[in-house]
Design a binder for this molecule. Structure first.
Ligand code: PLP
Length: 419
């Protein structure tokens, strides 16, 4: 019995993430994977976590293993209030909800706001996990035109003027998948627009601490506090397996999000929240973050350098100042789904970019590259292979080329030198 006939309408709208399938392939032994979107295990402060375990057990013995408040463990909420002040976001504990990863907020937002057929405004491309979280609530999407600087405010204004938009979902800093960051000017314009049109913006911000160069930019939440649901996460700066996320939202929205959470999981693991509270309150984030940045910065530099050396003419890529991704765009005729098949045969994995677009069939000439999970040498080798694959769509010609490349491991890889 397939049970398919028992499924609710919303369940039929759920689909397995294609990226999960790609990640399965990417994790096979010997694969050079630029596909993942996860922090490097070397970024986890393991000795510190060991120490914090002891502290939490001694300090919070009674509470850490007990049921807790849905809103979150009080010491963590207090620590998050201070953490957010550093980002220019002024909220009180009452405006904060601790969540099981930031992903769960996306589902809760969908649950409380989206009825079938209502329109959600998204970047083009956008975070696939958000599309997946919203899918069961059956929204329609309005893709907001973007350029290298992210969402174009004038395009957003057109949308807000002509369409009823339930909410806008943005990842304004080091976006997944493009790595793009909205400038302060654009943030101000977007803040002014949402205030003017009385619109609600969901600002998803898991990456802003991962800045390798340049100066930080204020969140949109800090510019339009009453119109923004701000979502944060400790996944990229502590440990994603602990599943600590949070959100700061206008009061009525926060109350509904809290009600949803109560029905889903009562509360986030108290023990993990206590670890996170100690991590923040003990000043460990400030101490540990530079180590994470020192791990990722050279990887990002290596990726950008390798792209400059190895990509053929006509291929462009983003130059993010932080985060975990670089976004690559080919000409209109480049088909990264085809390149992907050939790349896997050469033991290189990436994510074809079309998965990140709300409209099927869009973005076939794009790919997302991750640089946090691979060493500089691996990045160099993988990008070199991708460059050669892009130069020739003929796999036979590629085999000959690959043998030449392997013989010239130390050579620079402009087309002229390889052929
Ligand atoms: C933009 C964005 N939002 C949310 C998440 C979910 O993060 P978590 O649930 O670990 O906090 C991710 C994960 O990579 C992400 O890239």
């Amino acid at each position: 019995m397939g049970f398919y006939n028992l499924l609710a309408d919303r369940t039929r709208c759920m689909s397995r993430s294609a990226i999960r399938e790609i990640l399965k392939v990417a994790s096979q032994p010997g694969m050079l994977s630029l596909a993942g979107g996860v922090p490097a295990p070397g970024s986890f402060p393991l000795e510190l976590i060991d120490e914090l375990f002891g502290i939490v057990i001694r300090k919070y013995a009674d509470q850490a293993f007990q049921y807790g408040l849905t809103e979150g463990f009080a010491p963590l909420r207090q620590a998050l209030v201070k953490h957010l002040i550093h980002r220019g976001i002024e909220v009180s504990e009452e405006n904060l909800l601790v969540t099981t990863g930031s992903q769960s907020v996306l589902d809760a937002v969908g649950k409380i706001l989206i009825s079938r057929g209502e329109v959600v405004g998204v970047e083009s491309p956008t975070y696939l996990g958000a599309l997946q979280a919203f899918a069961p609530y059956e929204p329609l999407y309005a893709s907001i035109p973007c350029d290298e600087g992210g969402v174009i405010p004038e395009a957003l204004e057109q949308l807000l003027r002509h369409q009823v938009i339930k909410f806008i979902y943005l990842v304004p800093t080091f976006q997944n998948p493009t790595g793009r960051t909205l400038s302060l000017d654009r943030r101000r314009s977007i803040a002014a627009l949402i205030k003017h049109y009385g619109a609600l913006l969901v600002e998803d911000d898991p990456y802003s601490d991962l800045r390798y160069e340049g100066v930080s930019v204020p969140s949109i939440k800090s510019l339009a506090p009453d119109n923004v649901v701000y979502i944060g996460s400790l996944s990229k700066v502590f440990a994603p397996g602990l599943r600590i996320g949070y959100c700061a939202a206008p009061e009525p929205i926060l109350n509904w999000l809290t009600l949803v959470k109560q029905g889903v999981d009562l509360h986030t693991s108290t023990f993990n929240q206590a670890l996170a509270a100690e991590y923040l309150e003990g000043g460990h984030l400030q101490h540990h973050l530079p180590r994470i940045l020192d791990l990722y910065r050279p990887r990002q530099v290596a990726m950008l350098k390798a792209l400059s050396r190895c990509m053929p003419a006509g291929i462009r890529w983003s130059h993010p100042e932080g985060g975990m991704f670089v976004w690559v765009e080919g000409s209109e005729t480049t088909r990264f789904d085809m390149v992907y098949q050939n790349a896997i045969r050469r033991h290189v994995a990436f994510v074809p970019g079309h998965f990140f677009f709300a409209e099927p069939g869009t973005g076939m000439n794009t790919m997302r590259l991750n640089f946090t999970m691979v060493t500089e040498e691996e990045i160099d080798k993988a990008v070199r292979i991708l460059g050669h694959l892009l130069r020739t769509q003929d796999p036979g010609a590629y085999d000959l080329e690959l043998r030449l490349v392997e013989r010239q491991q130390n050579a620079s890889c402009t087309g002229a030198e390889v052929f």
